[in-house]
Design a protein around this ligand. Structure first.
Ligand code: DGL
Length: 281
């Protein structure tokens, strides 16, 4: 039986790359006293084109690493992994005897979007894996069955953020195509259903128009994390600022260079780790 998690242990957070740093950013602001351990699986980016079984296997491998390092809670800061693997991962962690909550980004974002919409028309921009999973339809309609949801798969949008290169006119044209159905549907609220998308948030806001409220994963999740920690009496007893550090598969220097723009805080401690590169059966 694994040891019970400690309140002074870090919160584990993971994503396929730098996108989840937009979530970590919000968590560092909302819970400054907590420690965090972030794993960016850059070597296996993108997750957004992968099958559910792969995302489940990757999530299990990452959870093993975070739990070995004592994580007291796991945040799946990736909409693709959340959509295909959240329940699976929570069951895996519980079956391993860990009293550790696993929190994903789809539910909190959907609830926030339902609370914000005034005309009942919500748009979702997300990766193909997230759209195919139907996770947003389930979460939004469970929260309000009368909402009209328009969902668009955006195969190339996460790469624009992960590359960290300046946004080009071709990128703008691509984003315009993705935003088209949301404009036609007259949505007043748009869920950025991928943690990489806040990086192109200004571009999306411009294309959708200033009347549309953008909902991001980071803003939606902090309260959920806080609540889970207090329910299990795992909030840190410390005051002041906690520490945060990083694990990365792939090129650590590129991770820091692009990641610092997402995090808007220094990224000092990055450890490179290996995870299997072959796709699990
Ligand atoms: N950040 C991931 C998400 O939220 C996806 C990017 C990718 O790996 O395709 O879905």
């Amino acid at each position: 039986m694994p040891a019970a998690p400690q309140s002074t242990a870090p919160i584990g957070v993971f994503d396929s790359g730098v996108g989840g740093l937009t979530v970590l950013h919000e968590l560092l602001v909302a819970l400054p006293q907590e420690d965090f351990l972030y794993l960016g699986d850059c070597a296996r980016f993108p997750y957004g084109d992968r099958a559910p079984a792969e995302l489940q296997a990757f999530s299990r491998q990452i959870a093993d690493v975070l739990l070995e390092r004592g994580a007291k809670l796991i945040v799946v800061a990736c909409n693709s992994a959340t959509s295909s693997a959240l329940e699976h991962l929570a069951a895996y962690v519980a079956e391993g005897g860990h009293a550790v909550d696993v929190i994903g980004v789809v539910g909190p974002e959907s609830n926030l979007a339902v609370a914000r919409t005034r005309n009942g028309r919500i748009g979702v921009l997300a990766t193909p894996a997230t759209v195919a999973s139907g996770a947003y339809e389930r979460a939004v309609l469970a929260s309000d069955p009368l909402v009209k949801l328009t969902t668009v798969a955006c195969p190339q949008l996460a790469r624009i953020s992960q590359d960290g290169a300046p946004i080009t006119e071709d990128d703008v044209d691509l984003a315009r195509t993705y935003c088209g159905p949301l404009r036609e549907a007259g949505v007043d609220t748009a869920i950025l259903g991928c943690t990489h998308y806040p990086f192109v948030g200004a571009l999306l806001q411009r294309l959708l128009g200033p009347q549309v409220t953008l909902i991001t994963s980071g803003t939606a999740i902090a309260r959920r994390v806080q609540h889970a920690l207090s329910t299990r009496e795992l909030a840190t007893p410390r005051s002041g600022e906690g520490r945060y550090s990083f694990l990365c598969t792939g090129d650590a220097a590129a991770f820091v260079e692009v990641g610092s723009r997402f995090l808007q805080l220094p990224m000092a401690a990055v450890e490179q780790i290996e995870l299997p590169t072959e796709v699990p059966a």
